[in-house]
Design a binder for this molecule. Structure first.
Ligand code: SF4
Length: 331
C-alpha cells in the first residue's frame, strides 16, 4: 500500500484525521455478505487498525450536528464516465476531489473540508449543483442529511477507504482520475497530500452561482405543487428510498397514512411497504419488521382518517428537509 517507511501509529493518526465524524458510534459490514450494522462504541485506534489490517471494515457517520468534514458522491455503477466528469467539474470550481474504487461496484468521489467542519447544507448544495451540471442529479451524496436532529439519529455511515482485505484486489483504493483508472502505487502519499476545502470557498461558489436563490425557486415550485414527486412529502420519499434504521413500525404507519391519502388501495400499499421493509437496516440487533406487522400498521392507517404528517416522530423528522412546504408552515 506504500513504499515509504511510515509507522503504524503515524498511518492511523493520518487516517483518523481524514475519515472522521461521530466518535461515539460507527458502522461496519460483513465483507462476505455486505450486510451492514451499526456499532455503538467509541471509535478507537484499534477500530482503525482492524480496518486497515482487513479484519473488520470501518464506516463513519460524517454528520456531527450540522457539520461535516467530508462530502462524498456515491456513483453506484461500473461506468467511470460520470465520476470522472464530476472530478473535472469539481476541479473547475476549485474543489480538489479524489476518486476511490468502491468495495463492490462503482466509485466514490471524496472532497475533504476544514478540520473544524463546514455546514453539511452548504456541502450538499454545492455537490448537488455539480451533479445537476453533469446530468447526475439523482446520485447519492454523503452526508445524506443537512443535520442531525435528535440524539436517536446518526444519519448514514459511509465506508472508509483502504479496507486491508480489499486493497490488494484494487478495491477501496484511490485511483488516478484518468483513462487508466489505476490505483496510486502509494496510497499514503495520496492521504498525505489531501487538500482541504474551506467554508469560504463553498460560500463563493454558492454566491457566484446564486445557489440559494435557485433553492428558493425550488421551494416555491414545490410549494405550488404541494409535494413534487407522487404527492408525497420529502421525508416519506426519502424513507421509501433509503429505508430506516430505527422505529420501523412508526415509519411504516406514517408511510401507510400517506399511501392511503394519495389513493393507493390497501393491498398495493401493503405490497409496497413489504418491498420497502427490505431496505431497512435496524440497529441495536433488532430484526426487520415482519409482513404481519406491516399488515397491522397498514390496517390502522387505513381504518381511520389521519391528517397529520408525523413530523414530530423522531424517525420521520430525521428525514425532514427545509424545502418541505409543511415545514415552512410548522417550524
Ligand atoms: S416538515 Fe414534516 S412532512 Fe415535511 S419533510 Fe419535514 S417531517 Fe416530512
Amino acid at each position: 500500500m506504500g513504499s515509504k517507511n511510515r509507522s503504524t501509529d503515524y498511518k492511523i493518526t493520518l487516517f483518523a484525521g481524514l475519515f472522521q465524524g461521530l466518535r461515539t458510534a460507527y458502522g461496519t459490514y460483513c465483507p462476505e455478505t455486505g450486510k451492514h450494522r451499526q456499532v455503538k462504541q467509541m471509535v478507537k485506534k484499534t477500530t482503525l487498525y482492524r480496518h486497515l489490517k482487513g479484519i473488520e471494515p470501518f464506516g463513519f457517520y460524517p454528520l456531527v450536528g450540522n457539520a461535516t468534514r467530508i462530502g462524498v458522491v456515491d456513483f453506484d455503477n461500473h461506468d467511470p464516465e460520470h465520476p470522472l466528469g464530476f472530478i473535472i467539474r469539481a476541479h473547475h470550481f476549485g474543489l480538489a476531489s479524489y476518486l476511490e474504487k468502491s468495495k463492490s461496484k462503482g466509485y466514490h468521489a471524496w472532497i475533504f473540508f476544514s478540520k473544524a467542519g463546514v455546514p453539511a447544507k452548504k456541502v450538499r448544495l454545492v455537490i448537488q449543483y455539480i451533479l445537476d451540471e453533469i446530468d447526475c442529479s439523482e446520485t447519492e451524496i454523503f452526508p445524506k442529511q443537512n443535520r442531525i436532529v435528535n440524539k436517536n439519529s446518526y444519519g448514514n455511515f459511509i465506508n472508509a477507504p483502504l479496507f486491508g482485505k480489499f486493497v490488494p484486489q484494487g478495491r477501496t483504493v484511490f485511483i488516478r482520475p484518468d483513462a487508466t483508472l489505476k490505483p496510486y502505487p502509494d496510497q499514503w502519499d495520496v492521504l498525505e497530500s489531501i487538500q482541504r476545502i474551506h467554508e469560504n470557498q463553498l460560500d463563493t461558489i454558492i454566491d457566484i452561482n446564486q445557489l440559494e436563490r435557485e433553492r428558493v425557486k425550488e421551494k416555491i415550485n414545490s410549494s405550488n405543487n404541494r409535494f413534487s414527486r407522487f404527492g408525497l412529502p420529502i421525508c416519506i420519499q426519502r424513507i421509501l428510498v433509503e429505508g430506516v434504521s430505527f422505529e420501523q413500525r412508526v415509519a411504516c404507519f406514517r408511510i401507510a397514512v400517506h399511501l392511503k391519502r394519495i389513493g393507493l388501495p390497501y393491498d398495493v400499499a401493503v405490497a409496497a411497504l413489504y418491498q420497502w421493509s427490505k431496505r431497512n437496516r435496524p440497529i441495536d440487533g433488532k430484526r426487520l419488521i415482519t409482513f404481519h406487522e406491516i399488515e397491522e400498521q397498514t390496517k390502522w392507517a387505513f381504518k381511520n382518517s389521519y391528517n397529520g404528517y408525523g413530523c414530530q416522530e423522531p424517525v420521520i423528522r430525521s428525514f425532514c428537509d427545509s424545502i418541505c412546504p409543511v415545514r415552512n408552515q410548522r417550524f
